[in-house]
Ligand binder design. Structure first.
Ligand code: ADP
Length: 500
């Protein structure tokens, strides 16, 4: 087994990976930017090293610096989490070239699947159904018009290097083609340094359903029950669940086998996710492969009992998968809400700042993967996610009711959050009926106002935060201030307000 793993990430995912390391008896090493000196992932790590100034380009994206830190501290492997360097083929290669283990696929596989056009081609050749569209890239605008006429409107112009919903343009009419191609290409060029675009049929009211896979170095491939990720804002997932209310056992098996075929065709190793779009006739089409651990992996863990991070680590070590396909039996339903420090009243603008009061929900069937604590200041430099709240229930109804209970227990004072938004979705009739698509938020919630009234509980939370601040000020007057950088010290803990 590895003795020490460096986690090249921050926030909740760094904490999540470190927890798996600790349970496996592996020392966890954190890297952090100057603004994250007191972050939770630094607190729980066995060792932590500053990697640079706050902007991610100068810290969490400094692959070579991170590899040097890993070598210097004696780490044998690097876990990239998601985001930052997780899908960077050069980083994966450089880690391997430095004699370390990258916990994820090889640079070659990441590069091939990260190019949506080459991934599509591989899937077409291996019989995995892809969204109808162009075989290769668009050479010029004339060809684009010809292709759109062949495929039929509406279409989506997509960037080969796309990610995070960038470099996509919907085309509803022929006279929009040229500007859409130009717009998508220039957005892709500036975001990814690669302006190649291609065309896909734009599926109306699709669902986004994906399959988690695990593949070892011994030629074993596993698929897990699907995750339904149709609740999205600006093509970004906000609520995920497993299993999908749409999918029956036969469809589950077919999608799983298609995902394994996709993995085999690309020589995949480690954990990955094969994403599909599903149309109203329940036909599914390959969308892309995410070559990393997904944000939404906990819902799979909650209904199957497996720890996907531990499996990743064992695969990276060269171990053979000990799970058999028939061992993976889903039990109950799990839902995840991504809790963001964003203001739903202000077009979901980031609302970063200090968490004056912070209490996580708990109780039966509730899991909180967070990277924050009371008193922590959410920095402006990164994704403003506070946590992922996951609820499990014996059935979907219980999972939803538990999630609503957990959301109402969650106390966050100091920043605006998306908690009220999630409550609105979870109480809405179409969501409760499983009648959803990727257009759900725009079409169903468009005119529903998000529950944002101040409740009695919110007022109690504010009052307790104010009294906590007063206590702190009084303490500072009498015994002086705590030494800087010692936010985990007993001094502060002794002045925490009693939990309700
Ligand atoms: P990215 O890598 O930028 O996240 P994806 O290809 O994974 O892009 O697509 C993100 C989302 O965009 C999908 O979940 C879906 O909502 C929408 N989308 C992508 N392709 C299509 C398509 N052909 N038709 C309809 N919606 C699509």
């Amino acid at each position: 087994m590895f003795k020490k793993i460096l986690v090249a990430n921050r926030g909740e995912i760094a904490v999540r990976v470190m927890r798996a390391c600790k349970e496996m008896g592996i020392k966890a090493v954190a890297v952090y930017s100057e603004v994250d000196r007191t972050a939770l992932h630094v607190r729980i790590a066995d060792e932590a090293y500053c990697v640079g100034p706050p902007p991610s380009s100068e810290s969490y994206l400094q692959g070579d610096k991170i590899i040097d830190i890993a070598k210097d501290c004696g780490a044998e492997a690097i876990h990239p989490g998601y985001g930052f360097l997780a899908e960077n083929p050069t980083f994966s290669r450089n880690v391997a070239n430095a004699g370390l283990v990258f916990i994820g696929p090889s640079g070659g596989v990441i590069e091939h699947l990260g190019d949506k056009m080459s991934a599509r081609k591989t899937m077409m050749n291996s019989g995995v159904p892809v969204v109808p569209g162009s075989e290769g890239g668009i050479e010029d605008e004339k060809q684009a018009v010809r292709l759109v006429n062949e495929i039929g409107l509406p279409v989506l112009i997509k960037a080969a290097a796309g990610g995070g919903g960038k470099g996509m343009r919907i085309v509803h009419a022929e006279n929009e083609i040229k500007s859409a191609v130009r717009g998508a290409a220039s957005e892709a060029q500036s975001a990814f340094g690669d302006g190649r675009v291609y065309i896909e049929k734009y599926l109306e009211q699709p669902r986004h359903i994906e399959i988690q896979i695990l593949c070892d170095t011994h030629g074993n491939y596993l698929y897990f029950p699907e995750r339904e990720c149709s609740i999205q804002r600006r093509h970004q997932k906000v609520i995920e669940e497993s299993p999908s209310p749409l999918v029956d056992p036969e469809m589950r098996r077919k999608m799983g086998e298609a995902a394994v075929a996709a993995a085999k065709a690309s020589g995949y190793v480690n954990a990955g996710t094969v994403e599909f779009l599903v149309d109203k006739h329940k036909k599914f089409y390959f969308l892309e492969v995410n070559t990393r651990l997904q944000v939404e992996h906990p819902v799979t863990e909650m209904i199957t009992g497996y720890d996907l991070v531990k499996e990743q680590i064992k695969i990276a070590l060269g171990a053979e998968l000990s799970i058999r396909q028939e061992d993976i039996v889903p039990k109950g339903n799990a839902i995840e809400c991504r809790i963001y420090a964003e203001d739903p009243r202000n077009n979901f603008m980031p609302s970063v700042g200090k968490l004056i009061s912070y209490e996580e929900p708990a109780g039966p069937g509730v899991r909180v993967d967070s990277g924050v604590y009371e008193g922590f200041t959410i920095p402006i430099f990164y994704d403003p996610m506070v946590s992922k709240l996951i609820a499990w229930g014996m059935d979907r109804q219980e999972a939803i009711d538990r999630m609503l209970r957990a959301l109402s227990e969650y106390r966050i004072v100091g920043v605006e959050t998306t908690i009220g938004f999630h409550k609105t979705v979870l109480q809405e009739a179409n969501f409760r009926d499983g009648n959803i698509s990727t257009h759900y938020i725009q079409e169903v919630l468009g005119d529903i106002s998000v529950e944002l009234e101040v409740t009695e509980d919110d007022m109690i939370a504010v009052a307790s935060a104010v009294s906590y601040r007063r206590m702190k000020q009084d303490a500072q007057l009498t015994i002086g201030t705590a030494p800087s950088g010692s936010s985990g010290s007993a001094w502060k803990n002794s002045f925490r307000p009693a939990r309700r």
